[in-house]
Ligand binder design. Structure first.
Ligand code: PLP
Length: 372
């Protein structure tokens, strides 16, 4: 009972605010006077429908989503949407089969591979690993290959796709600046799709340019089990020539108000603060910059993620020592993704500034204690 809350820098599922957990605890046995937990309520019952409506309206308000777009709550996670994007947009944009994917890290690469497996003619708009020798930034404008404005693109290209924040490599588009690479080349008529799984609710989204935005809830919104999919309504109006698995079909979900089948249950309580994201991440990047090269960030300054701060130490032994001591100090999940190595501190919305301050202090103390 006296165990202090862990200083959790995990990449997802992310920590939840204490206030949200306390509220969930008290409402577990009696949700809004129903005498039941939210998990036991029928998904057709009034209190549950009200919860869903509240969720969607809160999301619409926070992200300033216009009425041109519908909000869907789906299952299957971000991975489910890798498939759903391909299947739904091939259907909505038939007979077009081509799609441009900007590959800037593992997640956009996976999405492109899944689209290809489902019959999309994938064109790599850009590949960070090939252009930069690794996923260390967003390649400059000259490296991009996008369809030109005009008839051919409109006739052939079903959609274009990018991942706003690469969770494993710590590479983020500093929208709108870097995103203009994509925007300035892409014909406006081609739907733009964004995977914002790890940076939704941390910055504004330009809805005039985005046809589809999706994000799993488990990082910046709440717990795993729900995926938020925002889709421009005209893409839901089309007749589907081929069958799309029911749980992945955006139109089925939209027509049923996201209650086609039994949905998972989740808590509310969102706080997306652009400024907080900047403040927390810049504290860590500053600590690295002031470390005389002791801590090195492999990502270009212009593409450094505010959500997943990755860095390396001089060698793997020192990194192991860093991780061991961090655990003793009370930090958890600072180990980088197994495919990337190094250290990764994920700073989703629920991570407190005080935890990040404690981490920066620990980094300075570790450096002093283990000079090179
Ligand atoms: N896209 C991004 C950017 C992610 O970070 C992740 C998971 O970490 C995914 C997609 C896959 O999401 P899920 O685990 O919900 O399938």
């Amino acid at each position: 009972e006296n165990t202090p809350r862990a200083l959790n820098f995990g990449a997802g599922p992310s920590p939840l605010p204490l206030s949200v957990l306390m509220k969930a605890q008290t409402s577990l046995l009696n949700y809004e006077g129903t005498g039941m937990s939210v998990m036991e309520l029928s998904h057709r019952s009034k209190p549950f429908m009200q919860l869903m409506t509240h969720l969607k309206s809160t999301m619409r308000e926070l992200l300033e989503i216009p009425n041109t777009h519908d909000i869907l709550l789906m299952q299957g996670g971000g991975t489910g949407q890798f498939s759903a994007v391909a299947l739904n947009l091939l259907a909505a944009r038939a007979p077009r089969r081509q799609a441009y994917y900007a590959v800037t890290g593992s997640w956009s690469k996976k999405a492109a591979e899944e689209a290809k497996a489902l019959g999309v003619e994938v064109v790599e708009a850009v590949n960070g690993a090939k252009e930069l020798g690794g996923y260390t930034g967003i390649p400059p404008a000259g490296a991009w290959r996008l369809p030109e404005n005009g008839g051919k693109a409109e006739e052939e290209v079903a959609y274009a796709y990018y991942c706003g924040n690469e969770t494993i490599h710590g590479v983020e588009y500093s929208m709108p600046e870097t995103l203009s690479n994509l925007n300035s080349f892409l014909p406006v008529s081609v739907p733009l799709v964004a995977d914002l799984s790890s940076n939704i609710l941390t910055r504004k989204i330009d809805w005039t340019r985005h046809a589809v935005v999706y994000a799993g809830a488990q990082k910046n919104i709440g717990i795993s089990g729900v995926t938020v999919v925002v889709v421009r309504r005209d893409l839901l109006d089309t007749a589907t020539p081929e069958h799309i698995p029911l749980v992945l079909d955006w139109r089925v979900c939209a027509q049923a108000d996201s209650l086609y089948n039994t949905p998972p249950r989740r808590w509310g309580g969102l706080r997306g603060l652009d400024q907080r994201a900047a403040e927390k991440s810049s504290l860590l990047y500053r600590t690295m910059d002031e470390s005389d090269g002791y801590y090195r960030c492999p990502v270009d300054p212009g593409a450094r993620s505010r959500m997943n701060v990755v860095f390396r130490l001089a060698n793997e032994d020192l990194e192991t020592k860093f991780l061991e001591e961090s655990v003793k100090t009370g930090f958890v999940q600072l180990k980088g993704h197994r495919s990337a190595g190094g250290i990764r501190a994920s700073l989703y919305n629920a991570v407190e500034l005080s935890a990040v301050e404690a981490l920066a202090k620990f980094m300075r103390e570790f450096q002093a204690g283990h000079p090179l």
